[in-house]
Ligand binder design. Structure first.
Ligand code: BGC
Length: 751
C-alpha cells in the first residue's frame, strides 16, 4: 500500500506528463517514463548526469543517449502501437519502493486476435551503469509478429545533436548494439553496450535486430535487454568497460541484477521512508516526492548536484540552481549525510568558477553561478527568455543580480555542519567558500554613510518578478547569515585549527577583509517588521500597485505570457512569483516571532502567484509553524502532488519547462518532517514541536543527526523515539520545554 503510482487507459494528451511522472533513474542517468514504441516525438530520453554539451546552436544541456529499449511491432505489415492501434487495455505503473517501471497493454489486431505486451524496467542502484528491461509478448491465438528491437539512434534533444558515434561494433549478429559516442564541444566519450537476450518456447527467426516470431496462445516471447553506459570521465576505456560489464550483467540474468538493485533501494528506503497512517493519498504523494529526489541524487560523485528538473530531461539546461541548497539538501542531511556531502562538495569544488564570475562582473570574492553544470561555470544567459508577442529576446537579470546565490551556498554548508555535526568540511575547502562568499558580499555592498549601514542595491531576490530592486529582504537577511557564518568560522578555526586558519588567510590574502566582514555583519541593513509586523520585500515594494492575482490574470493577453522582466504585468505590482519574505522566515526561523511570521504569511500569501514550483511548500512550512494546519496541509499537498497530477506551468513565455520538480519534492519532505514533525536542530540542540494534520493518525520516520540515528513515531499526542545507530547514549532532545536523554531504550513522551 502506498507504493504504487499507476494509470489506466491510454491518453495521447498525457504522453508528456507521464514521461516525467513515470521516470526512473539512479543518479547516473534518468530514463523518462515512455513506452517501447515511442520515439523522439514522444520525448523519449535517457538523460545523462555529468555529461553536457554545447554544439554551438543553442544552449549547453545534458546529453541524451540513444534509447536502448525501442521496439517496433507489426502484424501483417501494420504497426502495433498505442499511438495507432486498437488498444483494449492499458496500464502504466511505477513501483516506487523498487524503482520499477511497468506497462501492460492488450491490443486487438485487424484479424481480431489479442496481443499483449508487458514490460518491466529499472535503473540499477547497485550498478549505476546499468539499466535493464524485461519485455514480454503473448497472444490469445496463433499469430506472426515482426519485432524490431534496437537502440533508437534518433535522439530527442532540445538543442542537439550533441554527439557523433565514433566507434560501433555489432555483437551476436546485431548492429549498433555497442558504440562509443563523442560529444561535440568537450569531446566527452560515453559508451553504450546493449545486450538483447531472447527466452521463449515459440518459433522465431532473428536477422540482426529483427525478430520474426510465430506466437502461439500457449507460449510467450520474452526479451531481456541490458544496457550499460560508461563514461570516459570515470574510466580509461569506456568502450571496453561497457562491453565487459554488459556481458557480466547479462550473464547474471535479469532476476539477479534486479535482486541486487532491490537490495540497495530497499536499504535506502529504510532511511528515507515516511509512513503516514490515516491518509493514503498523502502517504503516496510524500513517498513519491522522496522517490523523485532519490533517483536524481548523485550517489556516486561530487562532480554534480541535482538539476532543477532532476534527470527527467534537458529542461533548464540540466542545470543546478539554488534549488539544491535551499530546497533539496535538508532531506539528504537528515537521511543520508554522505549524499548531502556530495551536494555541498560540488560547490566547494567549483569555487574557482565562482571567483571568476565575480571578477567578470567587477567584484571580489565568490559569486556563484545562477545555473551551473559540470564545469561549474554560469550557464545562465543574459537574454534568458523570449517575448511571446514580438519573438524578441528579453533581458533578464537572473545571472547578474540574483546575488543571493552566494549566501545560499553558504547556507548549505552551514546546514551541513549544523545537522551532521561534521566540521571537517571546513578543512576541505569549506572555509575558503565561506570567506570568499563573504568577501563578495562586501565587495557588492554599498555603505550608506548617512545611515551608517551596508545596503545591497540593484539585486533580484527570490521573487523573480521584481528584478533590480534595492535591499531585497531575502537577500539582505541571507547575506547577514552568510557574514555571521564567516565570523563564526573564524572563531572556530582560530580556536581549533589555528595553523590551517592562518595559512588560509594568507593564501586568500584575507587579512584586511576580516575587519570588513566583521563590520558588515554588524552593520548590514535588514529591514525590520513594520508596526503591523510586515517586512517590506524591498525598498518601495509597498508603493507598488496592490491587486489580487485574479485581477492581474484578467489583464493577460495570453495565458503563458511572462509576468516579469522589463514590462511584465507583475513588475509594478505587489504580486510575487514565489515565496520571498516567507522563505527567509522559514530558513531563519529563530529570528522572528510567531506573530511576525503570522503577519507576513497573511500579507504575502494573498499576493503570491506561486508561479514557481518552489513556492507552495514554503507557504506550507511557515503555515505549520503558525498553527495554520489546514493551509499547511493544502499547500503541502500542492507541492507533494505536483508531479503526480501535472499541476505546473509547461511554458515560461515560449520556453518549455516541463519535467519533474525536485525542489518541490524536497520542500514536501521539509514540510512533513520539519513542519508537521516539528524537528528542529540548532545551536541549542535538537527539539520537536510536532503537530500532525487532522487526517493523519500517525507518522513514522527515521533521521540522522550529529552522529546519531533514530526512528521517530508520532501520534496526535505522543512521540516515541528509538536510537537505531551505533551511538547509544547522550542524545539530548527537547519537547514541550523539557529536555530528555535518549539511550538504548525507547522513550515515549506526551506532547
Ligand atoms: C524559479 C527559480 C528557480 C528556477 C529553477 C524558476 O522558475 O523562479 O527560483 O531556481 O525556476 O527551478
Amino acid at each position: 500500500m502506498g507504493w504504487l503510482v499507476s494509470e489506466e487507459n491510454f491518453d495521447k494528451s498525457k504522453i508528456e506528463l507521464f514521461g516525467s511522472k513515470f521516470c526512473i533513474g539512479n543518479g547516473n542517468f534518468g530514463y523518462r517514463g515512455t513506452l517501447e514504441e515511442y520515439g523522439k516525438e514522444q520525448l523519449c530520453a535517457l538523460t545523462l548526469s555529468e555529461i553536457y554539451d554545447d554544439n554551438g546552436c543553442g544552449w549547453r544541456e545534458p546529453v541524451n543517449m540513444p534509447n536502448p529499449f525501442h521496439i517496433n511491432l507489426s502484424v501483417g505489415g501494420g504497426n502495433i502501437s498505442v499511438l495507432g492501434s486498437n488498444v483494449a487495455k492499458h496500464e502504466q505503473s511505477l513501483d516506487i519502493k523498487h524503482g520499477i517501471h511497468s506497462r501492460n497493454t492488450t491490443f486487438v489486431t485487424g484479424s481480431g486476435s489479442r496481443v499483449s505486451v508487458s514490460s518491466e524496467r529499472f535503473a540499477s542502484m547497485a550498478a549505476p551503469e546499468l539499466i535493464a528491461e524485461k519485455y514480454m509478448l503473448s497472444a490469445d491465438s496463433d499469430i506472426d509478429i515482426v519485432m524490431n528491437a534496437g537502440p533508437d539512434m534518433d535522439v530527442w534533444d532540445i538543442n542537439g545533436p550533441h554527439f557523433n558515434v565514433i566507434r560501433s561494433e555489432s555483437s551476436g549478429g546485431n548492429t549498433d548494439n555497442h558504440f562509443l559516442i563523442e560529444t561535440i564541444e568537450k569531446k566527452y566519450q560515453v559508451s553504450m553496450c546493449v545486450s538483447y537476450l531472447v527466452q521463449t518456447g515459440c518459433d522465431y527467426k532473428q536477422d540482426g535486430n529483427q525478430y520474426t516470431i510465430h506466437l502461439t496462445k500457449d507460449d510467450s516471447f520474452l526479451l531481456t535487454t541490458y544496457a550499460v553506459i560508461t563514461k570516459g570521465i570515470h574510466c580509461a576505456d569506456p568502450f571496453a568497460e561497457s562491453r565487459a560489464k554488459c556481458e557480466c550483467f547479462a550473464g547474471k540474468g535479469f532476476d539477479q541484477v534486479l535482486k541486487e538493485h532491490e537490495a540497495v533501494i530497499e536499504k535506502r528506503w529504510r532511511s528515507y521512508d515516511i509512513e503516514i497512517e490515516g491518509d493514503p493519498y498523502a502517504q503516496l504523494a510524500v513517498r513519491y516526492s522522496i522517490y523523485l529526489l532519490l533517483i536524481a541524487a548523485p550517489f556516486h560523485t561530487e562532480g554534480i548536484a541535482i538539476p532543477a528538473r532532476g534527470l527527467s530531461g534537458q529542461v533548464y539546461k540540466g542545470a543546478m540552481f539554488w534549488d539544491a541548497e535551499i530546497y533539496m539538501l535538508q532531506m539528504f542531511l537528515f537521511e543520508e549525510p554522505e549524499i548531502a556531502k556530495n551536494l555541498v562538495m560540488y560547490r566547494v569544488k567549483h569555487l574557482k568558477e565562482a571567483l571568476e564570475k565575480a571578477a567578470e562582473f567587477g567584484y571580489e570574492g565568490a559569486f556563484y553561478p545562477w545555473e551551473s553544470q559540470e564545469t561549474g561555470k554560469d550557464g545562465c544567459t543574459l537574454y534568458n527568455l523570449t517575448d511571446i508577442f514580438t519573438g524578441r529576446k528579453m533581458r533578464t537579470y537572473f545571472r547578474d543580480k540574483q546575488i543571493h546565490i552566494s549566501p545560499d551556498v553558504v547556507f548549505g554548508l552551514y546546514k551541513y555542519m549544523e545537522i551532521t555535526g561534521d566540521y571537517s568540511i571546513l578543512l576541505q575547502g569549506g572555509t575558503e567558500v565561506i570567506l570568499e562568499c563573504a568577501r563578495f558580499l562586501y565587495s557588492y555592498s554599498y555603505f550608506k554613510k548617512s545611515r551608517n549601514r551596508y545596503e545591497l542595491l540593484d539585486v533580484t531576490g527570490a521573487d523573480e518578478y521584481h528584478e533590480r530592486v534595492n535591499n531585497n529582504a531575502y537577500t539582505n537577511y541571507m547575506a547577514k547569515m552568510a557574514l555571521k557564518c564567516a565570523v563564526d568560522t573564524r572563531a572556530y578555526m582560530e580556536k581549533n585549527h589555528k595553523a590551517e586558519w592562518d595559512s588560509i588567510v594568507k593564501k586568500l590574502k584575507f587579512e584586511d577583509d576580516l575587519a570588513h566582514i566583521d563590520e558588515m555583519h554588524r552593520l548590514i541593513y535588514t529591514p525590520a517588521p513594520g508596526k503591523d509586523g510586515v517586512i517590506e520585500q524591498f525598498d518601495g515594494y509597498f508603493k507598488e500597485e496592490d491587486l489580487s492575482v485574479r485581477e492581474l490574470y484578467s489583464r493577460r493577453i495570453k495565458e503563458n505570457e511572462y509576468l516579469g522582466s522589463l514590462c511584465g504585468l507583475a513588475v509594478n505590482t505587489q504580486i510575487l512569483k514565489q515565496a520571498d519574505v516567507i522563505l527567509m522566515m522559514s530558513l531563519l526561523p529563530d529570528q522572528f516571532t510567531k506573530e511576525e511570521k503570522r503577519a507576513n504569511w497573511d500579507y504575502y500569501e494573498k499576493r503570491t502567484e506561486h508561479g514557481s514550483s518552489l513556492s507552495t511548500c514554503i507557504y506550507a512550512l511557515l503555515a505549520a509553524e503558525i498553527d495554520e494546519k489546514t493551509y499547511a496541509y493544502d499547500y503541502m499537498m500542492k507541492a507533494a502532488t505536483i508531479d503526480l497530477v501535472g499541476n505546473y506551468k509547461l511554458y515560461l513565455g515560449d520556453l518549455y519547462i516541463g519535467g519533474t520538480h525536485p525542489a518541490a519534492n524536497g520542500g514536501t519532505w521539509m514540510v512533513t518532517v520539519l513542519g508537521f514533525g516539528g524537528l528542529r536542530v540548532n545551536a541549542d540542540g535538537v527539539s520537536f514541536v510536532p503537530d500532525l494534520p487532522d487526517s493523519w493518525n500517525s507518522m513514522s520516520y527515521h533521521f540522522a543527526c550529529r552522529g546519531y540515528e533514530a526512528d521517530c513515531k508520532l501520534t496526535k499526542t505522543t512521540m516515541t523515539l528509538h536510537l537505531t545507530g551505533q551511538k547509544k547514549s547522550g542524545f539530548l532532545f527537547n519537547i514541550g520545554g523539557k529536555t530528555y536523554e535518549l539511550t538504548d531504550d525507547s522513550i515515549t513522551v506526551n506532547y
